[in-house]
Design a protein around this ligand. Sequence first.
Ligand SMILES: [Zn+2]
Length: 323
Amino acid sequence: MSRKRRDRSWPPAPEPLPRPLVDNHSHLDHVLEVADGFGWRERSGDGPGDGWLDGEPTVADHLVRAAEVGVDRVVQIGCDLPSVAWTDALLRGPALPGARVLGGLAIHPNEAVLHAGVRELAPDGLEPHPRPHHAVPLDEAIAEVARVAAANPRVRVIGETGLDHFRAGEQGRAVQREAFRAHIALAKELDLVLQIHDRDAHDEVVEVLLADGAPERTVFHCYSGDGALAEVCAEHGWYLSFAGPVGYPASADLRDALHRTPPERILLETDAPYLPPHPYRGRPNGPYLVALTAAQVAAELGTDLADLCDLVSRTGEELYGPW
Ligand SMILES: [Zn+2]
């Protein structure tokens, strides 16, 4: 019996962008964990780092790959305790070739639940899988985020934080809400950008933001709402970061939201290694592929791609400051 093997190689590089662009949200440490990553390593030559030609791509490889298609800035998000430490070390380490990196830190809502000791079955049937770092109590984990963020001037974001009703049951939702509120307070205290994770929890996310007062610069990462929510966001001056799904054939709601978002509130991201742009669903994602999402968004909006890149780059600089 033969079954067609799914292609899990890295998608080919998109057409280089006419102007530089920012990937607003990426998980480079998780990108490194993607196995079978040989798809784009055929060229020979003097690439950065060891193992350019054999073994998995390094962080530098991914940053060079991004810069080659015009993605010259990346926001690296570390949203569990090991990733917080990894991101801090990356930002403090020697400058790498390729795209420049700033960081964001948080305890992800689904991590918050595990730190709080909640072990309930998710609504989707997924069993909790605590790891050793979840022995750290939630308030201590958030305190660690605060400590690292305050001490590293290249951390410009608190996120991703928010609510995940897809993954959390009743107890988990209560924990997520309190963790979200603590992160909102932290973003305001440190005067950093807030990046929100909102999965099946649109109304509650807005409710918490309005009740506690949203930070001055608030971004919905991997925006997943419809046009009506986009208008609520616009009303409050919040930013919408569109990821690969905006180009999926079934995502009419996201494209409606895109049209209803003020151009100066639009950001673009990969959320790599997750959610690769169309037509590469099921394959790994890397910061270089935000170039493809940008082309799809420009076509959808009927805008010149160079103008879109300039606009999004300017918004990125306004939000995060100099790279
Ligand atoms: Zn993410």
